[in-house]
Design a protein around this ligand. Sequence first.
Ligand code: AMP
Ligand code: GLY
Length: 416
Amino acid sequence: MNVLLIGSGGREHALAWKLKQSPLLGKLHSIPGSAAIKGLADCPDIDQDDFRKIHAYCAANKIELVVVGPEAPLAKGISDFLTGKGIKVFGPSQRGAMLEASKQFAKEFMDRNSIPTASFSVLYDASFAREKIKENRKYPVVIKADGLAAGKGVRICADEAEALAAVSDLMEKRIFGSSGSKVVMEEFLTGREASVMALVDGESFLMLPPARDHKRLLDGDAGPNTGGMGAVCPAEITPADLETVRNEILQRFVDGVKKERIPFCGVIFAGLMFTPDGPRTLEFNCRFGDPETQSVLPLIKSDLLALLKACAEGNLAGRELEISDQACVSVVLAAGGYPENPEKGKEISGLYKVPADALVFHAGTVKKGDSYYTNGGRVLSVTATGKDPEEARRKAYEAAAAINFKGMQYRKDIGK
Ligand code: AMP
Ligand code: GLY
């Protein structure tokens, strides 16, 4: 079957790499794709938000399945649009994508469906927010912009002054635009974090191995938050906790979307905190995680395309996932100045020196002649598998050490 992959980042490069291994694949296409994805797929010059052009391209190229990577086109309704034209899409409806695009929608969905999460209230305007904050007695407290804010819309506030400042920044100064027109105030949870993704066909789900993202820029979880500096899979989570995630989070999620008639064929990504009282859902994303995907896909032995097709056809039930018993570590090489002001246009050297058993997924690069240049904050996801996390780490860091570009920065403790 011919497949169109929407997106251009490291996650999509990893998806393209994995889809290419499927015996079911005819031709792979990608919009917009990237310099690296061009090595695996046809990448026409079409905007990923131009649904009409995408549909025309699907018709002209006999695309049988569209796989959507990023959240933005999902939140704009790409899945509804193409499904309405009779094209199968792996990626949820616009309402399904609201579970990521609106914290209020997600929290209220969790509440209705008894999905464990932090207690919360929705603050609809700044003066109401200030009143609620003055009544609040428990600190720290967490204040989140309702809408999408590239992972930066969450403030952990140590005291009342910080909470009031968060309200002023998000709701009055609108530092994330209309995403801050409402905020969610929630209970501060403690514990270790992990991400669990599952493939969903609307009625059934298949849980992928748990991964752990490292969101802060610097070693030891110091420095500012980023889109993710690396990931390890599997994250060490007890079998009992994993069963709770399966039964009380993923199963209730799928039951909830079914009951509420939210078309959801795609990935549910649960950002979780493993608290002393058990797992709690911090957030839902409606797509594959980045960089989690780069550390999860190399461990999946099953034919991913067969599974995504089964989701799109509504017959995931009874399918099994074959997973390698190895570990995988993916280290992000980021540009100088990331996350505030990433420098672009630096020549990347050493890619050819990377050992053959490591994988280099391109997140933000362009190619000129035979050379790649940096073109984004997160530049490369350097990935390796090993018999245990230690071996995977060693191999990933050996590969990372072969690569260089001006200003390159990366964490030395991914997967530790
Ligand atoms: P989110 O975008 O909701 O996943 O939040 C981003 C990050 O903020 C999470 O990965 C956590 O580290 C932190 N966070 C979010 N909600 C809470 C909470 N209720 N308690 C403690 N930390 C939180
Ligand atoms: N790594 C977190 C995310 O993809 O949102």
